[in-house]
Design a protein around this ligand. Structure first.
Ligand SMILES: Nc1ncnc2c1ncn2[C@@H]1O[C@H](COP(=O)(O)OP(=O)(O)OP(=O)(O)O)[C@@H](O)[C@H]1O
Ligand SMILES: [Mg+2]
Length: 271
């Protein structure tokens, strides 16, 4: 076979293979975009564990009409422009890959309005084809909607689990991110039922800890806040009396990005 460049749609589907594994990965990418847009209120709505539909609505900065198409284009981002930016990156995203990847393995639409736009605009993507820009109704902010995950990639669809399991992954991830973002209000609705509502508590991070991990944890934990060598380490550690056998309630963040690291987890447990 001769060498030939891959078509754009296939490139996006290959990229999706690396980051989009299940509905929870879609929720993660869309919520991270909302956080990067400075949203203080993020609503997540799912159908069928997110396999049928994931909708994330935010009150962030929105996307200008003329940029909507670019948001769905590979390697197009508003978050970095140089290697220096990359080394000092503060946003959750920077690759400019998430939206085109999701849109290549689902039916996707993006509706958005910026503060100085007279009304919102929307774009639909079907099987990698970006449709025409259309006027829409939406307050300042963005709604991203993904339907029928992997409808065009049956091999991947086979690896999706039961609705309940997929929902569980979304809940776990949302809880973890909510802990790190007390200044943002989150809600989660599944098949029309409200499962979670965490009000924004910018002045009282401990009330988010209370909401997510429960009073019990808060009563049996210590607040730590330590600065040295240009670094700050802060959070809550459970007292030995509140120790659990599993580590499913250990959460670590670097610059508010959730990380899983065995060495750190073990070190904290040892301490
Ligand atoms: N909810 C949103 N509010 C405002 N702008 C958004 C939102 N979602 C996406 N965008 C814009 O669309 C661009 C593309 O989003 P996308 O998630 O594909 O890439 P990214 O966030 O820049 O990088 P990454 O692929 O690492 O997530 C973003 O850089 C941002 O400018
Ligand atoms: Mg992103």
């Amino acid at each position: 076979m001769r060498i030939q460049p891959l078509p754009e749609h296939l490139i996006n589907q290959i990229a999706a293979g690396e980051v989009i594994e299940r509905p929870a990965s879609v929720v993660k990418e869309l919520v991270e975009n909302a956080l990067d847009a400075g949203a203080t209120r993020i609503e997540v709505e799912l159908e069928a564990g997110g396999i049928k539909r994931v909708r994330v609505r935010d009150n962030g900065s929105g996307i200008a009409a003329e940029d909507l198409g670019l948001a769905l284009t590979r390697h197009a981002t508003s978050k970095i422009a140089s290697l220096d930016d990359l080394e000092a990156v503060r946003s959750m995203g920077f690759r400019g890959e998430a939206l085109p990847s999701i849109a290549s393995v689902s039916r996707f639409s993006l509706t958005s309005r910026t503060i100085d736009a007279a009304h919102a605009h929307a774009l639909d993507v079907d099987n990698g084809e970006i449709g025409p820009l259309r006027p829409a109704q939406h307050p300042v902010g963005t709604t991203a909607e993904m339907r029928e995950l992997f409808f065009n990639v049956p091999a991947r669809r086979k690896f999706l689990r039961a609705e309940r399991t997929e929902l569980g992954h979304v809940e776990d991830w949302l809880r973890a991110i909510a802990l790190a973002r007390p200044e943002v209000g989150f809600s989660l609705t599944h098949n029309g039922r409200l499962l979670l509502r965490d009000e924004a508590v910018p002045q009282a991070p401990e009330s988010r800890v209370d909401a997510v991990l429960g009073e019990e944890f808060l009563a049996h934990s210590l607040r730590i806040d330590h600065s040295a060598a240009g670094l700050r380490l802060h959070g809550y550690v459970g007292l030995p009396t509140a120790a659990r056998a599993q580590n499913d309630r250990q959460f670590f963040y670097v610059n508010r990005r959730l990380v899983r690291d065995r060495v750190i987890a073990h070190a904290v447990r040892q301490a």
